[in-house]
Ligand binder design. Structure first.
Ligand code: ASP
Ligand code: MG
Length: 483
């Protein structure tokens, strides 16, 4: 059975038009003899709005919370009406939507009375986004000759009880997939499931963390030993860099899991980093595809990428960072000093991105956040501390830099006019990262892109697209200006 998991993000299901497009893509796979399992996100922005109404209710703003919920109710109701024309099916779908929103409103009223939003209640509230979208899409499929069947993901994605960032329990998920998903596939049906949501073993709703629908896709794909996992989004896959900075950025046709994981971490928002793990373990390729441009081949993420002529595949940028310099001569010849520094970051639950040390100084980078003054205060008990915001991290990723001599010289020659604050060649050996001023980002990325993607390897990059969009050179004909 050639089983594929097709995950559609929020923009691919944002309204009836997008859902129609999605149904067309799924029908195409079925016609090609594939057996899809469809995983969908909530309609775009719905998760944010559910969080906003939870926050309003927990502040005691009952009216505000119910107003947001009522707008969401209308949006789902209207979308359902536009999607399902058969009066009986539409009636059934509409009453299911009303029931779900009635239940949500009950929770919001309760929350406005008790004024305490726990992570557990937050997960219950946001779960409505994916519960509604998946149910509605399964119904829409039925009218489009796809034998869709809705499966409540909370019966399949079993997790621990860390609400808002629950850890999936692989063995249980595998057993549930065999029991609740596979029989539908064998009967030729197309299961439709919500991403992001799950439940603990006691059946209490959990979520996998923001952006977690990709993770659901990979978990289902892994548990069912799918042939591939398709992540349908609204971009043509992974690009060599942000096309808003470099209009001649190229699509990367194929990239290794390891490279993609580095990029995801450094803010290339195409994939949830953890997505990659369940797929890597089972060696299942992940494809990033564009639902607005379904014939584009996207990016294929595989275990071992083929050799590439260019040392780098991508240049990613992460902005809004702060550098913290900790300098202490007391550190000389002592031990446990770094531990005490990291203990402070741990205490404030602040993740550190990059670290560079010398005998007496440590520089660290973190996402700019409001805990920084408190962190600096604690650090100043150990050493002299300075911190500076508006920094950006440029991360260049490529397996082919492994063991190559002279790469850093080429990189820093390309940006010799830019002030580089901190450099790290990750332990992974496949990324080179350095910190610059936020205001220098565009200039630096353009210089690096033109230095390293001048003559791109056509086996790895979509060179044809660049040629197709390149402006034809118009010969300059001397014109006589009227005086
Ligand atoms: N709807 C969830 C979110 O917005 C999960 C997802 O879309 O991946 O974070
Ligand atoms: Mg996403």
């Amino acid at each position: 059975m050639s089983l594929v998991v097709m995950k559609f993000g929020g923009t691919s299901v944002e309204d009836a038009t997008a859902i129609n497009r999605t149904a067309g893509i799924v029908a195409g796979r079925v016609a090609a003899g594939k057996r899809p399992v469809v995983v969908v996100s909530a309609m775009s922005k719905v998760t944010d709005q559910l969080l906003a109404c939870a926050a309003a209710a927990s502040r005691g703003d009952r009216t505000g919370a119910l107003a947001i919920s009522s707008r969401l109710r209308s949006r789902h109701r209207d979308t359902a009406a536009a999607l399902v024309k058969d009066p009986q099916s539409c009636g059934k779908l509409q009453s299911a939507i009303e029931r779900e929103f009635d239940a949500l409103d009950e929770i919001l009223r309760g929350l406005a009375a008790i004024l305490e939003l726990t992570p557990r209640i937050s997960d219950l509230i946001v779960s409505y986004g994916e519960r509604l979208s998946s149910f509605m899409i399964a119904e829409a499929f039925k009218e489009r000759d796809i034998d869709g069947v809705h499966i409540d993901s909370r019966e399949v994605i079993i997790t621990d009880s860390q609400f808002q960032k629950a850890i999936p329990l692989d063995a249980l998920i595998e057993a549930r997939c065999a029991e609740k998903v596979r029989p539908h596939l064998e009967a030729g049906r197309v299961p439709v499931m919500g991403g992001f949501i799950g439940s603990n073993e006691a059946g209490i709703t959990t979520t996998l963390g923001r952006g977690g629908s990709d993770f659901t896709g990979a978990l289902i794909g892994g548990a069912l030993h799918a042939e591939s996992i398709e992540i349908w989004t609204d971009v043509n896959g992974i690009m060599t860099t942000d096309p808003r900075i470099c209009p001649d950025a190229l699509r990367v046709k194929v990239i290794s899991f390891e490279e993609a994981a580095e990029l995801a971490y450094f803010g290339a928002k195409v994939l949830h980093p953890a997505t990659i793990l369940p797929a890597v373990r089972k060696n299942i390729p992940v494809l990033v595809l564009n639902s607005r441009n379904p014939t584009n081949e996207g990016t294929r993420i595989i275990s071992l990428a083929p050799h590439c002529r260019s040392p780098f595949k991508c240049i990613a940028v992460k902005k809004k960072l702060t550098i913290i310099d900790v300098v202490a001569s007391r550190m000389l010849m002592t031990h446990g000093y770094l531990k005490s520094i990291f203990d402070i970051f741990d205490k404030h639950q602040c993740p550190v991105d990059m670290v560079s040390t010398s005998e007496v100084s440590v520089s660290l980078t973190v996402d700019s956040n409001d805990k920084l003054p408190a962190i600096a205060d604690d650090l100043s008990k150990l050493a002299d501390v300075k911190y500076e915001g508006q920094k950006a991290l440029v991360c260049m990723v490529g397996e082919d830099i492994r063991g190559q001599m002279g790469i850093s010289a080429q990189v820093f020659t390309a940006i010799k006019h830019v002030n580089v604050r901190m450099i790290s060649q990750g332990a992974s050996e496949i990324n080179m990262s350095f910190m610059i001023e936020e205001e220098d980002v565009e200039e630096a990325v353009r210089s690096l892109h033109s230095a390293f993607f001048q003559d791109p390897d056509p086996a790895i990059f979509d060179v044809e697209a660049r040629q197709a969009t390149a402006q034809p050179t118009i010969p300059t004909v001397p014109t006589t200006q009227a005086q």
